[in-house]
Design a protein around this ligand. Structure first.
Ligand SMILES: Nc1ncnc2c1ncn2[C@@H]1O[C@H](COP(=O)(O)OP(=O)(O)OP(=O)(O)O)[C@@H](O)[C@H]1O
Ligand SMILES: [Mg+2]
Length: 405
């Protein structure tokens, strides 16, 4: 009876939090300075670095910020196009196709802004028109049949886009690519998506930086870029995001609550800021969980303490468990060894600790590919998931208690 009432009441109370993937938070905390800098960058016609990278470990709010970049860009008159890269784009030809499609879509926007069919006609020859129709203009260009080098194809599509842009009053075009850490070059498979991308942009930006790129992803992206091309350093300004400063983490909780008809007592807010380490996804998750489980408008620290173990269990299922399971037995041994060492570990100590595990380097490389681990510096590894170490320790304790894995 009580349970039923408390459930019904919880549903009536507001829950302002939004834990999720790329879901805009109720209040975007701690990013004002960076957003101002981004707007300044858009305002510069010759920025020191034509492009940006936005990197951070999982759940730090990269996708949300990338979306905010696009919104602000459009507001400043730029044409913005976002894309989430996937495994298929590790193949350079498919990446080149995707970029050509994006350029074609943007050329279409340019030409409708300029009211010019002619721009399309000239630009279109370069960007593989097969997939997109220009129905209203009744234009049927000839296919590009010869297969071109991916870098050249990317460069040609971007130059065509630049030409179309030059016919408009639009200040520039921004391509925003998420999950770009997937693009590492792979010599063994002879795939060079990142090198092709850099060469293509390098070529197109030689004359103008009105077509710009924001690459977003796990920290591995920075290392991949350095490896791909020495001149990548000059092409990108590297922006790293992480957990929120305590003051901003307080705002991330407090501002959505104010005006929602609910309140968390101060010691509870302090506890959540502490336990989440200020990581955005966790802040949303803790806030959202408590709002959904406590049937009163005012939530106290004691409520959290009573719910803590079920909250952590649900967090583990939502954020960690699947990622840990896909690591496989060998991968899990590496992750467990890292957790025992407190997270960051040198390759050398890892090999020593796991002397009986064959091909440790290959196992680690697979963990990097799966986005579980990254290399903060040459020869060291760290978790690409925040608070992963404490999850693994919880898991180990539970395994010990139940005798199951
Ligand atoms: N600045 C912020 N303040 C408050 N909440 C935020 C902030 N940034 C992101 N969030 C919240 O954090 C969660 C994760 O955001 P997002 O998906 O953008 O992270 P991500 O870094 O892209 O994660 P992943 O690496 O898994 O793709 C979302 O629920 C989002 O609403
Ligand atoms: Mg994301």
């Amino acid at each position: 009876m009580t349970d039923f009432h408390s459930k019904a009441r919880t549903e009536l109370l507001a829950n302002p939090f939004r834990p999720g993937n790329g879901v805009a938070p109720p209040y975007l905390a701690g990013r004002d300075a960076m957003l101002e800098e981004f707007e300044r960058y858009l305002g510069e016609s010759h920025p020191l670095h034509a492009n940006w990278t936005l990197t951070g470990i999982r759940g730090t709010g990269k996708t949300v910020l990338l979306g905010e970049f696009a919104t602000r860009g459009e507001r400043a008159g730029w044409l913005c196009l976002g894309r989430e890269l996937g495994d298929r784009h590790r193949d350079d030809a498919r990446l080149a196709d995707a970029i050509a499609d994006d350029c074609a879509a943007l050329i279409r926007r340019c030409s409708s802004l300029a009211g010019l069919g002619e721009v399309i006609e000239r630009a279109w020859q370069y960007v593989r028109p097969r997939r997109l129709s220009v129905g209203e203009l009744g234009y049927e260009p000839a296919y590009e049949t010869e297969s071109r080098d991916a870098a050249e194809a990317i460069g040609a599509a971007l130059v065509a886009l630049g030409d179309a842009l030059a016919q408009t009053d639009v200040p520039g075009v921004l391509l925003l690519y998420d999950e770009a850490h997937l693009l590492g070059d792979d010599r063994r498979l002879e795939r060079y998506p990142l090198s092709s991308l850099l060469a293509g942009f390098g070529q197109a930006q030689r004359t103008s930086s009105r077509v710009r790129l924001v690459l977003c992803g796990l920290p591995t992206l920075s290392l991949n870029l350095k490896r791909a091309r020495t001149y990548a350093e000059r092409m990108f300004r590297h922006v790293v995001i992480g957990q929120l400063e305590p003051r901003d983490a307080w705002d991330a909780l407090g501002i959505p609550l104010s005006g929602s008809g609910r309140a968390f007592e101060l010691p509870l807010v302090g506890e959540i800021v502490d336990r989440t380490g200020g990581y955005p996804y966790f802040l949303q998750f803790f806030g959202g969980f408590l709002c959904s489980r406590v049937g009163r408008a005012d939530v106290a620290l004691t409520d959290y303490l009573a719910l803590e173990s079920s909250l952590l269990h649900e967090l583990d299922l939502a954020f960690f468990e699947d990622r840990y399971l896909v690591a496989g037995t060998a991968g899990q041994r590496v992750l467990d060894a890292m957790a025992r060492a407190g997270g960051r570990l040198s390759a050398l100590s890892l090999r020593r600790t796991l002397a009986d595990l064959p091909n440790v380097d290959v196992v680690v490389r697979r963990l990097v590919d799966r986005g579980l681990v990254y290399r903060p510096t040459r020869g060291t590894y760290d978790f690409a998931l925040p608070l992963f170490g404490s999850y693994l320790r919880r898991r180990a304790e539970l395994t010990e208690l139940t005798g199951r894995r």
